[in-house]
Write a protein of this length. Sequence first.
Length: 378
Amino acid sequence: MEKYRGLSQKQVTQLKKNGKQNIQPDSHSKSIGKIIFQHIFTLFNAYNVVIALALLAVKSYSSLFFMLVVLMNACISIFQELRSKKMVDHLAIIISPKTLVIREGEKKYINNEDIVLGDILYYETGNQISTDAIVLEGTVEADESLLTGESIAVGKKSGDKLLSGSYLVSGGCYAEVEHVGLDNYATKLTHEAKQRKAAASDLIIFFNKVTKILSFFTLPIGALLIWQGLVWRGQPLDMTVISTATVLLGMLPKGLVLLTTLSLVTSVYKLGAKKTLVQDLYSIETLSKIDTLCLDKTGTLTDGKMSVAHIYPTQKFLKAPLEDWLAAFIAYSKDNNATFLALKKRFGRKEEVPFKFVQQVDFSSERKWSAVTLENVG
């Protein structure tokens, strides 16, 4: 990594792309053009378009209503896959756009893309770690639940690594940038998460098989019907085309495909109304095959914020209202963990508290308490 020292994340990424050094693609999802192409240019649609062109040639416009069914099916499928692509492309662990960096003795916020290998960064409670770094000074607690699934905060001291994507829930520290660009832990994790393989759908497989099987009969039957109409029965060309198209359209399961698609779309929206995230149109089919559901413990999907719900004071030991004691504790304490922030939101005051400060003990994860000594109180 020394050869990249002094280069920003953008520059390192570009150098690796040019040199092809373990570079990963920017996006693992299909392009918009490829999605549209795959749903428009299918064997099923090709048969219907050929029949439609034949009907157009004989000016039988009233017989083209079946194309509305074909277009509806294609549009619904394209819309759902584009929606899925948007969700996958927007998948990101790093959501904080700027980081506080120390350069030439001054602190200033810069974009994460402009962070340079070897930069000295300052993080405090509530900040997200934007790039892998090593703690130089200070003691902090990091919430790594987005990366590891473990909701318990991890203590970090001088020499320990801070992983990009984690959050500081306590303390503040100075850290030196260890990785930038695609070498960051969070970036690698995001790329792996985007490599999602869609589950095979039995319905799609079935429709594809039906279309392929029918393709062996459609062309010879169509040719035979045209010969019968023109040669054997001596019908006009337009009547022959219309009667042949009617028979061939009956062989293609357009209505079945559309009804299946509409049923799946209805299922998707019903699940969405119950706040269920659905990425694929055929997810409900996959869900119907599940017989065992595995659930992880809470912590990964929760935000870890607390609030004071009830107070249970023991008045015989208090010489003042409990709210005054807690307001003094908030005013004179230097803690900034989740519990302290919840107490501060409930009991913090802007005006001066009715007690004088003597000394204070910071919170420690090992002893699990903090304290403030007040004059004439204790």
